[in-house]
Design a protein around this ligand. Structure first.
Ligand code: PAF
Length: 284
């Protein structure tokens, strides 16, 4: 595996790879790799000649009071995981090279789907995600890019940009990887206290509850379903506080008509981490 930090070197590598007519599979990350990232890399490895993994904690997707400085980082461990997963290029650009001019001269604004769920409590977050991904897609020119469905809203917003701007990349969605007790794998899980960690599987339990409740009462309105879901969560949570628990159509993220894919998504705040999870299901 080769580590590239300079943008020029990355551009030269991509140019050479294209000349050789090799396909690039791209896994964008912010590092502190876990099983979820490994699943993305494994799929990329199967489907492409060259796998590029980026590690870049992107400052533009963090709000002023968010955890940019405290976001967990461990480059040595990440490098070992990337090597074990047979990544070809580990791309670790600097903030200075990715954002040479501040404030940005042109920035992207995500559409309607970005204003719900995490977008409501993290204004500007998805604008920052789209901005960095457009830069990375232009530099790396991947045939396919791999995203975990734990961040279902991110997938919806990124697919929106790809369609809107005719970007020549296929977005591959990879199923959420969970711990044995159901907790979705996340770099932020290390920031839970031991009591919070014990409680955290409740997020996924509550998603299964709402899905089963819907199956048992298919004629209920969304508002009633969401209220039942909140009641379930409030009874179980001692340490976490609910940021949102919503049922929306996917990928539009609008009030559902219960036709087509539905997304039940929630976010819970703990003392030093905010966890998200979701369940996607298809209605006839
Ligand atoms: O999902 C993430 O880790 C980030 O939002 C991404 C896609 C790497 C963009 O910074």
């Amino acid at each position: 595996m080769k580590q590239i930090t300079s943008l020029n070197e990355m551009v030269a590598f991509v140019h050479d790879t294209k000349l050789k007519q090799k396909s690039i599979g791209f896994v964008p990350t912010m590092g502190y790799l876990h099983e979820g990232h490994r699943a993305l890399i494994k799929d990329a490895r199967k489907e492409n000649d060259i796998v590029v993994l980026s590690i870049f904690v992107n400052p533009t997707q963090f709000g002023p009071n968010e955890d940019f400085a405290k976001y967990p980082r461990d480059m040595k461990r990440d490098r070992d995981i990337a090597t074990a997963e047979q990544v070809d290029i580990l791309f670790t650009p600097t903030v200075q090279e990715m954002y040479p001019v501040q404030p940005l001269r042109v920035s992207l604004q995500a559409g309607k789907a970005a204003r719900e769920l995490c977008g409501a409590s993290r204004p500007g977050h998805f604008d920052g995600v789209l901005t960095v991904l457009l830069k990375l897609f232009m530099l790396i020119q991947p045939a396919r890019a791999y995203f975990g469905m734990k961040d279902a809203q991110q997938v919806a917003v990124v697919e929106g940009m790809v369609h809107e701007y005719f970007l020549p990349v296929t977005i591959r969605k990879v199923a959420t990887v969970r711990e044995e007790d159901g907790l979705a794998r996340s770099s932020r899980n290390v920031r839970l206290t031991s009591e919070e960690r014990k409680e955290a599987p409740v997020l996924y339990e509550s998603l299964q509850f709402v899905r089963q409740y819907y199956d048992a009462h298919p004629h209920l309105t969304v508002d009633v379903l969401e209220a039942e879901w909140l009641r379930f969560l409030e009874e179980k949570l001692r340490f976490g506080s609910i940021d949102y628990a919503r049922i929306l159509s996917f990928p539009e993220l609008q009030k559902p008509t219960f036709k087509g894919p539905q997304l039940a998504a929630l976010a819970v705040r703990y003392s030093a981490a905010r966890l998200i999870d979701n369940l996607l299901w298809e209605e006839e």
